[in-house]
Ligand binder design. Structure first.
Ligand code: DC
Length: 223
């Protein structure tokens, strides 16, 4: 019997190891990798480009209504297109977006715009012939795919996460973003009930990947 199409949700705070883990799963199991943080970053970059602030919720909502979202699959990775434009990585991960993204991500209309788009990534993965979808973010196991086949929540001490971001050469106020992301009303960052909670502070990334991969490999082998 062919293996079933699998959906894997990976949630956690900034620099908790989500991207490295998701990339490794995507390579090992041929899953489409979708980083939903980049969706919030792309819409934030677009709003900043239009000269809007997160406090101007009505204007942001109007601007969002005029945007068409698309997907470009490159290798095993899906990238969001905002009105047919791919936002460059340097802009997505730059200091302006880092500082503003949690504020824009708290706007319910902006989250609503991404909900159907993110759920539709499963269809895109299936149609492109992937064996599954690995989606990382803050609310994947709680809101986007609460029925995912596997749901993981990664966390690590703030000092260790700051060290990881610095090693990537990035300037990022991780704790402040986590505070905003955890305290917002709509889809706050929290460990979904029933998800596998992994503290990666004292684990190497290889060990984290192994813990996350083992049950998935078990399911595929049993199919
Ligand atoms: O994963 P990241 O650090 O690139 O995410 C950037 C911001 O996007 C994060 O501070 C909060 C927001 N985000 C969110 O609210 N929900 C998600 N599923 C993913 C990211």
């Amino acid at each position: 019997m062919p293996s079933p199409f699998l959906i894997v949700a990976i949630d956690g705070g900034a620099a908790a190891g989500k991207s490295t883990t998701a990339r490794a799963l995507s390579a090992r199991f041929h899953f489409l990798h979708v980083d939903t943080g980049s969706h919030y970053r792309a819409l934030t970059a677009e709003m900043l480009r239009l000269g809007l602030r997160a406090t101007e919720a009505a204007e942001v909502e109007r601007a969002l209504a005029g945007l068409a979202l698309g997907t470009r699959v490159e290798g095993r990775r899906a990238h969001i297109e905002v009105s047919a434009r791919l936002v460059p990585e340097t802009e997505l991960r730059g200091p302006e977006v880092n500082a503003a993204v949690s504020h824009f991500a708290a706007i319910p209309a902006l989250r609503a715009k991404l909900l159907a788009y993110q759920r539709d990534q499963a269809r895109i993965a299936r149609e492109a012939g992937f064996a599954g979808l690995v989606m990382e973010g803050r609310d994947i196991g709680t809101v986007i795919f609460p029925d995912a086949d596997f749901r993981f929540f990664l966390h690590a001490d703030p000092e260790e996460r700051a060290r990881r971001r610095a090693a990537e050469g990035q300037q990022d106020s991780i704790q402040e973003r986590d505070r905003l992301d955890s305290s917002r009303k709509t889809a706050p960052l929290l460990c979904p009930p029933g998800a596998t909670d992994i503290d990666s502070t004292f684990l190497s990334l290889d060990e984290v990947v192994e813990r996350v991969s083992a049950p998935i490999a078990g399911r595929i082998d049993a199919a």
